[in-house]
Write a protein that binds this ligand. Sequence first.
Ligand code: CTP
Ligand code: MG
Length: 227
Amino acid sequence: MAYQVIIPAAGQGKRMEAGKNKLLLEINDLPILIHTLNVFQNDEACNGIFLAINPQEEQELREMIESNQLTKVIALVPGGKERQYSIYNALKHIEKEGIILVHDAARPFIDKGLLHPLIKAAEKEGAAILAVPVKDTIKKASGTIVTETVERSSLWAVQTPQAFRFSILIEAYNKAEEDGFLGTDDASLVERIDQEIVIVQGNYDNIKLTTPEDLYFAEAIIKKRKD
Ligand code: CTP
Ligand code: MG
């Protein structure tokens, strides 16, 4: 059950329009990043956290990590221009064995109870991701003209964490690098090495804080969890 986790936190948070990295914004009196790190700090099976960061935020983050006693943060590694490059950098620092989780710092509401089934699936099958069934009707369009309604029953909205055997994840990242392929999640790289990926059904409240209104949803989730 033991694992290491890579947490990409080196984005700019442009769509949040906060004028700084959105992960430093506070919800419930703690920076978003600390909420996320606490989940893994408090999970016994977590052997180490590898955080990809913006180098100019290093000092501030080191202080935050120390004052919140996040002793499982093993390395702060410089992020890259894209999320994928940030994770690739972090992959060079981890122990090269076992199960690796990748989890976006911008998803602070991961349910700790889902980590176990996710990791078990990755141990058995090599690759597993959290996802929820798509609720909206999805259409394709050419510009703003509808061309097709996509059959929804086979659609999943994918989240993090995503879990992989180290050997599979590094092979997928090396191939993406060789091919110049840029994906929007880790599983899309793993698909390209013909590795089967298992879906573990997640929760709808594991949202990624992306645009300003997501902060209202975040307050609501926190309030509900306090009740
Ligand atoms: N991330 C990263 N390195 C990058 C870009 C993103 O480590 N070059 C991280 C972000 O910090 C975030 C996660 O990847 O935790 C998911 O990215 P996203 O939600 O897109 O965050 P940002 O890239 O920061 O936001 P935006 O795209 O709006 O600028
Ligand atoms: Mg981004």
